[in-house]
Design a protein around this ligand. Sequence first.
Ligand code: MTE
Ligand code: MO
Length: 167
Amino acid sequence: MAHHQGGAPQGREERDPLRPHRHDPNPHPPSPDPTFQLTCPGQAAQPISLAALRALPAVSVPDCLIVSTGHGTSGPFTFTGPRLLDLIQAHCPGDWSQVEVISGDGFGTRVLAGELTDPNVTRPIILAYAVDGRPLSREQGLVRLIVPSETDDALRQVKWVAQVNVR
Ligand SMILES: Nc1nc2c(c(=O)[nH]1)N[C@H]1C(S)=C(S)[C@@H](COP(=O)(O)O)O[C@H]1N2
Ligand SMILES: [Mo]
């Protein structure tokens, strides 16, 4: 089987970004602008800028690892940004049960409401704009979903978040 690089669709086949994807990390940002689209249930998509993320309470999560299958582990890193839960609660009225977080290069993961609202969560899922006290560069994934509980893979550490779809 051919060895593919990156998260872009392979050949003519349209990949579903929420389906299992390959472990090869794409190093190339799909676009320069970190603004992403937030879609709340029953509403039109709204752009979320870095300034809008910075307006939310910032949380820092230490000892995060990026565990790349076949490419070694990097970190530990301290990532900083708002909780995904706080973004949703600030912008989405009404009920929801899951969130799709999808990058501009066709990568993504689904987050269940329980993962965000469980009161026992000490290492929350965040939308990171800083790492180790410095702004995250676009090359490093700005804005990047960080799922601290994922320690065997980096398939949920979605770089270049482009869409957050609240369902
Ligand atoms: N948008 C996007 N996010 C992604 C990937 C990708 O290809 N595209 N690869 C994943 C994989 S398989 C790994 S191992 C890590 C690599 O993160 P790094 O580039 O910061 O080392 O990013 C994850 N997040
Ligand atoms: Mo990976």
